[in-house]
Design a protein around this ligand. Sequence first.
Ligand code: NDP
Length: 448
Amino acid sequence: MVPANELIDSVYQEVVRRNPGESEFHQAACEVLMSLAPVLVKYPEFTENKILERLCEPERQVIFRVPWQDDKGTININRGFRVEFNSALGPYKGGLRFHPSVSLSVVKFLGFEQIFKNALTGLPIGGGKGGSDFDPKGRSENEIMRFCQSFMTELYRFLGEYTDVPAGDIGVGTREINYLFGQYKRITNRYESATLTGKSLHTTGSLVRTEATGYGLVYFLDKMLRTKKISLDSLTCTVSGSGNVAIFAIEKLHHLGAKVMACSDSDGYVYDKNGIDLETLKEIKLGYRGRIGDYINHRKDAYFKEHGNIWEIPCKVALPCATQNEINGKDAQMLVKNGCIAVAEGANMPSTPEAIKVFKEANIAFGPAKAANAGGVATSALEMQQNASRDSWSFEYTNNRLKEIMESIHDVCYSKAEEFGIKGDYVQGANIAGFIKVASAMLELGLI
Ligand code: NDP
């Protein structure tokens, strides 16, 4: 049989050849593949059955036109995507992203990551992702609704609670999910709640789904630090972004006694020497959907650095919660030099490979996205459970389930790394644990 490293290299070269120009997808595939040599040695059946090759090819990819009219009556054309990557463990599950940077490559990287993340939750969900290059910024409520309706008018035929169940991501929150669900219901004439998650409470959504990714991230971080006998209490933190994930990560950090010094949006960052005031942040971002620079108009001791690099701020804990590749090698060096002891990824693939190398070499606690930010999708799966049983659970019960799931993900990654002789390496631990679960299911399902 071909040696494991050679096989991995040739699979990766094939991914690059078959998906030209898709740099984000190449990066995500490379990151996972390069962890798997010891697994292939231990389980030769994965190689014999071409599991790697099958995993790197999505089961189905859909690209479609989204025509819609703005408030002035002008016709706009956007592009919609849904990549249904792998359904060995359950229906495709993963968010929709509305952002001008969305391309097939971005959707494929997110969908690929989602396969392993969903496997780590221990819940019956496969991996998929979707979105559009539509830019919701500055659009009116009516424009957002019309866009969502047009998007769903094409996408609905691929969805279903046993087939594919989207949720939110960048630019897609409860408001957009509700519009998408409304149109799905109208076209299909069926109130199939479990076809979309992240819905509002009035439309069969779940308590804690809004908070889940941010809270889950901090539960994972806390467990990682406790494993090293460190308490989060009083630690200074920096959180990039100020969207859904960032806001609720900050909220949970506050609950656990940590002090968040700075957060950001794509305009720059704010620093508050008294610690970021959560109510002010929520009013700006969730209330009137403003820009982060407004923060200094509410808090006199804070300053705003336009286009500033948030990673220049000294902190003990860094939580990147904005977007992919937002921490490069230099940023990572700066964080380590300034005394950072832990990084947990709220965003998907926010650290470049160079940054991850720096963190590993400095031996800091590093929680990779596919483990650390799995709380959102895990709670989406809990929403599906509630919908399927026509039930709704309390905040406390759902939050406890989320915490248990995040601690279990931590433990699975930790013990897999230990089993493969790389104790403390959560990157490899997550990749290996997620891969073994999906690969085993693929084998058992036969050649499909
Ligand atoms: P939101 O749209 O709610 O917020 C995104 C935040 O990141 C905004 O503050 C935005 O600023 C900022 N941002 C986006 N792109 C850039 C950029 N290029 N440069 C600087 N800042 C940027 O999205 P979410 O909070 O939902 O998602 C954030 C990350 O978390 C994404 O990587 C997403 O894939 C990941 N994630 C989200 C989950 C969820 O449940 N929502 C689940 C798991 C992962 P601005 O408004 O200026 O664009």
